[in-house]
Structures are given as C-alpha cells and as structure tokens.
Ligand binder design. Structure first.
Ligand code: 4NP
Length: 162
C-alpha cells in the first residue's frame, strides 16, 4: 500500500482538489486497493469545513465530487502514516519541514516537482482570486497528479523487482 497526503494552507481549495483528482486517476487505473490518499492543511483555520464552494464547483464541472471532504490539520503522526507528503507550494513545504521528524524529511515533496518541465513552481493559491483561478489551478493539479501517479507506479515496480 502506498499512501499520499496532499497539504495546503487551508485544506479547502488546493489540497482537497488534489485529493479528488488523484483519487479519480487512481480509480481509473484500478489501483484503489494499493494507493490511498488524504489531504490536510498546515493552518487548521477551516477544520471541519467542506471544500470552498468554488473548488467544489470547478471539480463538479470536471466530473469530480469533493462534497464529502472535510478540512483537517496536519498532525505529527501523518509523517509516519504517509509515504508521500505533498506540499502545494513552497510556503507549505517550509511549514511541513519545520514539524516533520528529521528521519522522515524525505517523504516531503513539492507537488509541482511532478509536473512536466516548464510548469512554474508552486500551485498558485486561488483563495483570494476569481473563479478562473480555480480552473487554472485545477489544470495544474491534474498535470502534477498524473506525474505523481507515474512516479509512484514506477517506484512500486522497482520494489516488486527487488
Ligand atoms: P488552500 O486555500 O490553502 O488552497 O485551501 C486557502 C484557503 C483559506 C485561506 C487561505 C488559503 N484562508 O486564508 O483562510
């Protein structure tokens, strides 16, 4: 089993979108029993809240339902439980590095590192902008999710060969 945790600031815009998109990619490949995912926020400002209405609307438009998700805060045990802890931007990355036990630091990744070359670093936070920001971030999240899934499948094959 490979476990992935997506992390942003509020866990109501980017990381729940990433969780939903990644889940859909995993489902389409029939890998739901071997790859699991969750999302969390570094801040805890929106604990218990569903994803932002604009994020849910954009996802729904693309055939992905985020309505059941609820915001939670990252907790220390997450670094033990998840194989990949994926930060949506550099600031989330820094915050995660500060609270991560040293031996587990290599589990933390920047989401856009999995995007095709030429994509700018960091998922722009759409929270303070208009709904076109949500469409753009959705596209970026899809590209990064595809790259991340390809990497995980590659790593799993390497492990199988060992
Ligand atoms: P997210 O977006 O980190 O992608 O969920 C934000 C959500 C809420 C806030 C900031 C960013 N906020 O300031 O409450």
């Amino acid at each position: 089993m490979t476990k992935v945790l997506f992390v942003c600031l509020g866990n109501i815009c980017r990381s729940p979108t990433a969780e939903g998109v990644f889940h859909e990619l995993v489902r389409r490949r029939g890998l739901e029993n071997v790859i699991r995912m969750d999302s969390a926020g570094t801040s805890g400002w929106h604990i218990g809240a569903p994803p932002d209405t604009r994020a849910r609307a954009e996802a729904k438009r693309r055939g992905i339902d985020l309505d059941h998700l609820r915001s939670r805060k990252v907790e220390p045990g997450d670094f033990e439980r998840f194989d990949y802890v994926v930060a949506m931007d550099e600031s989330n990355l820094e915050d995660l590095r500060e609270i991560c036990p040293k031996p587990l630091l290599e589990r933390i990744h920047l989401f856009t590192d999995f995007a095709p070359k030429g994509v700018p670093t960091g998922d722009p936070d759409p929270y303070y902008g208009g709904s076109d920001g949500f469409a753009k971030v959705f596209d970026l999240i899809t590209q990064c999710s595809e790259g991340l899934l390809a990497r995980i499948i590659e790593e799993r094959h390497k492990d199988d060969a060992r």
